[in-house]
Design a protein around this ligand. Structure first.
Ligand code: HEM
Ligand SMILES: [Zn+2]
Ligand SMILES: [Zn+2]
Length: 388
């Protein structure tokens, strides 16, 4: 919406009509938002929003049950479609209050809405009509904050359609390309081990035969090794902090991972395109062959590749799936959504938060509803201490 256009006005009856999964509107004060597209993506579940359709959700945005992040407040602004018509609207409590005071006082009366910054696509530092790849490097020290303010829109990296196509992939291309290779190599490893010629040398003279039945174990070990690799690459490569004056490193960061933080629900760039992944997979294979004993290295590599496929699919699911509350997947989704929206310097594990523990990057647990309502004893100690 351009600043010169006056906002569309809706009557309360009109707003109330949009209360289904197919069309869901909510209010923040008198501002109207069409959140239909977001329902399925909401971490708290679609029911929490749907049950409040047509109503003012400002109170819920500040919790309980959850105090929403600054980014969640920004996010909602993308769905702004107009205002509730004060003349035609019924006398809601909010409106009655607002009519008593002057225009300036009105703004102060709704701190939960106005105190949060709003995203304005027109002033969002980049020109969205032009490809982003050559613009982001110029953001300099503003890049870090910009890239961690997510938006709900597809991104265009390059002018060339070919280049654009190379950087995109649908989720099912990952298992389609890599799983036949995993299956073939698994069969190859198993039959090679069955020949009982693969040995691990414990000393220069003493060696043990690697039996074919140890293959599942080696595969699982390879998958476990992947989880460590996943953590390291996400933390140390994808989340490297490019120097503000280095145009090329900022661009590289954006292409590798920054773009995913800027547009976390761009489905075409959620998994790594197999074409671009191939040389990396080849490099990892070489690394395994020089690091681990012959015969065993291939088994571990297959496990690692399998772990990678599982990781990419889980990551896709965490963005688009709606796992059941209380399930492992739900906990993973909550963890990953918080990595995107709130704690970008923590929560680097995707398929497991295991490696966040030894590296001290675990996202702190949110206090439960009861804990926020009834202050824990430590706060009372703190309170008494402060009084003295
Ligand atoms: C339509 C506007 C809304 C938007 C854009 C929104 C956005 C978000 C986002 C981005 C998160 C992830 C954490 C964060 O960034 O704070 C989140 C979590 C959550 N939201 Fe909302 N939300 C909305 C409305 C609501 C409403 C109306 C409720 C409840 C009455 C609600 C309850 C929750 C809960 C309980 C969580 C945390 C779930 C967990 O950690 O397991 N949200 N929301
Ligand atoms: Zn990340
Ligand atoms: Zn993600």
């Amino acid at each position: 919406m351009t600043p010169t256009m006056s906002p569309r006005l809706f009557s309360q009856k009109e707003v109330a009509q949009h209360c289904t999964k197919d069309s869901c509107w909510i209010l923040l004060g008198t501002r109207v938002y069409d959140v239909t597209k977001f329902l399925r993506l909401h971490l708290g579940g679609e029911a929490l929003i749907l049950s409040r359709s047509g109503k003012d959700v400002s109170r819920f945005m500040d919790g309980p049950p959850h105090r929403h992040s600054e980014n969640a407040w920004r996010w909602i602004e993308q769905y702004y479609i107009g205002d509730m018509d004060r003349n035609r609207a019924a006398e809601t409590e909010t409106l009655r209050k607002r009519r008593k005071t002057s225009e300036n006082a009105e703004e102060k009366e709704q701190p939960s809405v106005t105190s949060h910054s709003r995203v304005d696509p027109e002033t969002d530092l980049v020109d969205w009509q032009k490809p982003l790849a050559w613009q982001v490097g110029h953001l300099g020290e503003k890049y870090d904050a910009w890239v961690h303010q997510p938006v709900d829109r597809p991104l265009r990296f390059f002018q060339s359609s070919l280049m654009e196509a190379i950087t995109k992939s649908t989720w099912y291309m990952v298992p389609l390309v890599w799983m036949p290779l995993v299956l073939y190599l698994s069969w190859y490893c198993y039959t090679s081990l069955a020949e009982e010629k693969t040995r691990i040398f414990l000393t220069s003279e003493y060696s043990v035969v690697v039996h074919q039945y140890s293959f599942p174990l080696l595969l699982l070990l390879g998958m476990f090794m992947w989880t460590f690799f996943e953590y390291c690459i996400h933390r140390f490569v994808f989340h490297m902090r490019p120097p503000a004056n280095n145009y090329y490193l900022i661009t590289l960061h954006f292409l590798l991972h920054g773009q995913h933080h800027k547009s976390p629900f761009d489905g075409s760039r959620l998994v790594f395109p197999p074409g671009l992944a191939s040389p990396i997979v080849g490099g990892v294979y070489l690394f395994f062959t020089v690091t681990f004993p012959e015969g065993v290295s291939l088994c571990l590599f297959v496990g690692g590749l399998c772990g990678y496929v599982v990781y990419d699919l889980i990551h896709y699911y965490l963005h688009y799936g709606s796992p059941q509350k209380g399930s492992y997947m739900y906990r993973l989704k909550a963890y990953h959504v918080k990595h995107h929206f709130v704690h970008q310097r923590a929560g680097f594990g995707i398929t497991t938060s295991l490696w966040d523990h030894p590296f001290n990057t675990v996202i702190p647990e949110e206090p439960s509803e009861q804990e926020t309502q009834h202050s824990p004893p430590s706060s009372w100690f703190h309170f008494l201490f402060c009084l003295q």
